[in-house]
Design a protein around this ligand. Structure first.
Ligand SMILES: Cc1cc2nc3c(=O)[nH]c(=O)nc-3n(C[C@H](O)[C@H](O)[C@H](O)COP(=O)(O)OP(=O)(O)OC[C@H]3O[C@@H](n4cnc5c(N)ncnc54)[C@H](O)[C@@H]3O)c2cc1C
Length: 417
């Protein structure tokens, strides 16, 4: 009997297992993959709040030693206006973009070092329930090894960290609270380049387009273009021509540097749906993309997964610790707290990404706010903080804050020269 079985061993699952194991719980982590293992659909950006967590967990030196730079400067080119700044209120003062084959492995190694047991090549098939009925409390999982042998593991709680299509969410019947199809989100095209200098994490925001570039491992730069999800798909052989044409039109300075650089990977082109699912039930919880999948346009998923792993493991620790004394109710009470606490942060960021993914020209009142940001460094930094996850969308877009930005501009323009 384990305290917890975690299905899925990447950023959400490995982090949850790590934090539970460090608190003395007996944790099993299973994944159908064998590690080290890469993720093709990722642009790797871990924002400031996520880097701060990795630092607090003692993993930042290992990540830096792997050849992944800290990203300290940010530039958002909105056409007539370029905002440069950094999210406020951070511990490390940087984001980073580690390749997933590295990030997931660093987390997993730390989980195993903390005492979590890892079983690779185990495909989850269904949950075990206390009573053999769909309503029975979840008390473990059953699955299959690669040679077809069935396996099962019992646990006080089962955590689904098995990604956006989460077979575990399906098995427990987790309800979808919000869902957006691929066409309602963004369509992302990217590749890796060497010999491509960027001074900052660059975003070039245009109507219906967002170009971006940032450094990842070993001097390589990830360069991408985001289009609306409803855009016609381009055959793979034509992706490069399409990409370079779009980049030349919308971000000519970046296009020039890309033309002089060396492409080091195939092109990836992808769109994904997004959702928020019910977070917990009797004996189970979902963390990471399994619970909340955010449109990739804000690159928020990994940072959210790390934050939710910390929140969930903290609550589970309380529940598991008291279980022997007070009975099962305490674990359930701890589980029940996870969803509402998760959603205070996750739901607004999910909506923020969904809104951004429309890639529409902001309404005139927001254009005025952005224009008024010019020269107001503290508020520019707060806007970057919404992406860095150190300022909530509610804090930045609060009418009082927007009014303060606008009146700051009015005051500045009234100042005698
Ligand atoms: C194009 C694109 C770009 C992105 N770019 C960024 C970015 O720059 N920054 C960012 O923060 N986020 C980004 N994201 C989102 C990010 O990739 C996810 O939020 C993140 O991977 C979620 O991690 P996770 O651990 O929850 O799930 P995953 O990384 O999906 O891991 C799930 C694990 O579960 C395992 N699993 C699944 N089914 C089973 C089963 N039946 N049995 C056993 N194991 C199973 C899988 O093998 C896998 O290892 C991007 C997403 C896309 C699509």
């Amino acid at each position: 009997m384990f305290d917890a079985v975690v299905v899925g061993a990447r950023c959400a699952g490995a982090a949850t297992a790590l934090l539970l194991a460090r608190q003395g719980h007996r944790v099993l982590i299973v994944d159908q993959a064998h590690f080290p293992s890469d993720v093709r659909l990722s642009t790797h950006l871990v924002w400031h709040a996520g880097v701060d967590l990795l630092d607090r967990w003692g993993l930042l030196p290992t990540l830096q030693a792997s050849g992944c730079p800290l990203l300290t400067d940010f530039a958002l080119d909105m056409g007539g206006l370029v905002l440069q700044g950094q999210p406020p209120g951070t511990r490390v003062g940087a984001a980073m973009a580690p390749r997933r084959v590295v990030l997931d492995q660093v987390l997993l190694d730390a989980a195993v070092a903390a005492g979590a047991e890892l079983r690779e090549g185990v495909t989850f098939e269904d949950v075990l329930r206390e009573q053999e009925s769909a309503e029975g409390r979840v008390c473990g999982i059953r699955g299959r090894l690669q040679d077809g042998q069935p396996v099962q593991f019992e646990a006080r709680v089962v955590v689904g960290a098995d990604g956006t299509h989460s077979p575990l969410a399906r098995a427990v019947g987790a309800r979808e609270l919000v869902r957006h199809g691929k066409d309602e989100g963004s369509y992302n095209v990217y590749a890796y380049f060497s010999g491509l200098p960027v001074d900052a994490v660059e975003f070039h925001s245009r109507p219906e387009r967002m170009a971006y570039a940032w450094h990842t491992h070993h001097g390589q730069t990830l360069v991408g273009m985001i289009l609306p999800g409803r855009s016609p798909r381009v055959p793979l052989a034509e992706v490069e021509a399409m990409f370079m044409g779009e980049l030349a039109t919308h971000a000519p300075s970046l296009a020039e540097r890309v033309r002089n650089a060396q492409r080091e990977s195939d092109w990836t082109a992808a769109s994904v749906g997004s959702h928020c699912r019910e977070a917990t039930g009797a004996g189970w919880a979902l963390v990471g993309d399994a619970g909340v999948t955010v449109d990739p346009i804000t690159a928020a998923g990994i940072t959210l997964a790390l934050r939710d792993a910390e929140l969930l493991s903290g609550l589970l620790h309380e529940g598991l610790r008291h279980e022997g004394l007070l009975g099962q109710r305490t674990l359930d009470a701890a589980l029940a707290d996870f969803g509402p606490q998760r959603d205070v942060v996750s739901r607004p960021l999910h909506q923020f990404a969904q809104d951004m993914a429309q890639l529409q020209v902001p309404p005139p009142e927001m254009v005025n706010v952005f224009m008024a940001l010019a020269g107001n460094q503290a508020q520019i930094d707060r806007y970057f903080g919404v992406f860095g996850q150190t300022v909530t969308p509610a804090e930045f877009f609060d009418p009082t804050n927007l009014q303060a930005i606008l009146s700051g501009a009015a005051a500045a323009s009234a100042d005698p020269v």
